[in-house]
Design a protein around this ligand. Structure first.
Ligand SMILES: [Zn+2]
Length: 497
């Protein structure tokens, strides 16, 4: 398929209002063939671009699809309490393939409508990553038209070994079921299935990634086995690190005083393929390690607020040249799955960390994180993140003749501070329109919504049962979080202590 966008504007930092003069963009097959003026493309579909801005597709660099159906289900809680409700490994919550398919598609529709072309799905498959559920999730991405890097976010260690203090806080009788580790042989088989069945399919639009969830949730051996896959396939490796103060305290308690990033570096995990997710309770020494390894940090500012995790030290990270990408995190912790909202929050939250406005993020920096950082995180730095010949035609067409851009003062600032997704008129992935004229072209949204409402209404009793199980454990988890919160760790990432 060949498409010619005529007379569109592109982002141009150096130009007046941050916009290029009108130009043509020719898409041939999955890639951008040419950018210029008065391009001719015989047989191409013409898209009139007058008054419109053609952006690189937005990249949601950190996401967990398995809780797509749980938006708005919980009050805000600290991560360790939140996870009790979000991801209990209960048999009653085991999804059928249709459920996994439908819940994945829900977020695809939401993202495509908002101009998101790529997602990195760090999917946990509870209670187990079975081939039929992996297939259902990947089939949803295949059908939706989105680009995805999918990893299996599967902790290995027993619950009591992943967290500090719990073993001493809980009476023996209450610890039943929390002492069992997972079988990594089974997990590696699941990866083999994901890779052999899906990696590189749909013209490379669907890819595998790997995930250890977090270094403290797995053994060093399993952590390294995943790195071997990441290196062999040259695909990203996802690891949550220092998201909460408790995780900083865990290093003092369990890792001989090393931070989780120091520990991961000692185990050989830090690399240019690594996506370090959150990186809130990091210090300068941690960031020096990350910078020298060339790893990317995934910033999820709305999730970080929803869970009260703290504020990531944006300027200290940028000052070291560490790439930052942006993500929504999961639909239970950023319930809107809207990358425009994430960009705006990234542009605002850091302003309350220092009175010096020179340290505050500029709109251009936020867009750099969204596009360039996202492309880098995905391992596609040369293929995504810019509207240039040779790059993949993952594009978002934005109408500038809308309220968020009227009057037009500065395109970059209005993208970050004004736009919320309503001005997106078309979304293209690999040269195919996947959203245009107000509808997702490959998803029957009315049927999807009707089926999802009915399906998840039926699942409500199972979710309620899981919540009551979480309530049983909650007092000990609250005590654990409280003990960590009271510890002086030599830094503060909350606005007040
Ligand atoms: Zn996450």
């Amino acid at each position: 398929m060949s498409v010619l966008f005529r007379q569109v504007r592109l982002l141009d930092r150096a130009a007046a209002e941050g916009l290029s003069p009108p130009c043509d963009v020719h898409v041939e097959g999955p890639r951008i063939a040419a950018v210029g003026t008065e391009l001719a493309a015989k047989g191409a579909r013409l898209v009139e671009g007058h008054g419109k801005l053609l952006l690189p597709g937005l990249i949601n660099a950190h996401f967990h699809s398995p809780v797509n159906h749980m938006k708005g289900r919980l009050d805000s809680l600290p991560l360790e309490l939140f996870m009790l409700y979000e991801s209990p490994a209960l048999e009653t919550l085991r999804p059928g393939p249709r459920e996994a398919y439908i819940r994945t598609l829900l977020a695809c529709a939401e993202m495509l409508r908002g101009g998101v072309t790529s997602v990195q799905d760090d999917a946990f498959f509870l209670p187990d990553p079975t081939p039929d559920i992996i297939d259902a999730v990947m089939q949803a991405y295949a059908d939706s038209g989105m680009r995805v890097n999918l990893a299996l976010d599967e902790p290995e260690l027993a619950e009591l070994d992943k967290l500090p203090f719990l073993r001493e806080l809980m009476p023996a009788a209450a610890r039943a079921g929390l002492e069992t580790a997972r079988d990594t042989g089974f997990l590696m088989e699941a990866y083999q299935h994901l890779i052999s069945r899906w990696h590189g399919t749909q013209g490379g639009r669907l890819r595998a990634a790997v995930s250890c969830s977090a270094p403290q949730r797995v053994s060093p051996r399993y952590m390294r086995a995943l790195d071997d896959i990441s290196r062999a396939l040259d695909v990203p490796y996802f690891a949550h690190m220092l998201e909460t103060k408790l995780q900083r305290v865990l290093g003092e308690e369990r890792l001989g005083g090393r931070s989780l990033i120091r520990y991961a570096a000692d185990e050989g995990l830090l690399s240019a393929r690594l996506n370090i997710i959150h990186a809130i309770w990091v210090d300068g020494a941690d960031l020096d390690l990350v910078a020298s390894a060339g790893s990317t940090i995934a910033h999820n500012p709305i999730s970080n607020l929803r869970l009260g995790s703290g504020v990531m030290p944006f300027r200290a990270i940028r000052a070291r040249g560490i790439p930052i990408c942006l993500g929504t995190d999961e639909a239970i912790a950023d319930d809107a799955v809207n990358m425009w909202a994430v960009a705006k929050m990234a542009g605002l939250i850091h302003n309350i960390t220092t009175p010096d406005p020179n340290e505050w993020p500029k709109a251009w920096e936020v867009l750099d994180c969204l596009f360039t950082g996202g492309a880098r995180a995905m391992g596609l730095a040369d293929d995504l993140g810019a509207v240039e010949p040779g790059r993949l035609a993952d594009l978002t067409l934005v109408d500038l003749e809308t309220l968020p851009f009227t009057p037009l003062n500065d395109t970059a600032r209005q993208l970050v501070y004004c736009e919320d997704g309503r001005s997106v008129v078309a979304t293209m992935v690999a040269g195919d329109f996947v959203f245009e004229a107000g509808r997702c072209t490959r998803i029957d949204e009315a049927a999807l919504i009707a089926e999802a409402r009915e399906l998840f209404a039926r699942r409500r009793p199972a979710l309620e049962l899981a919540a009551s199980e979480a309530g049983r454990l909650r007092p000990w988890y609250e005590a654990m979080v409280g003990r960590a919160a009271a510890r002086d760790v030599g830094m503060n990432r909350w606005v007040s202590a």
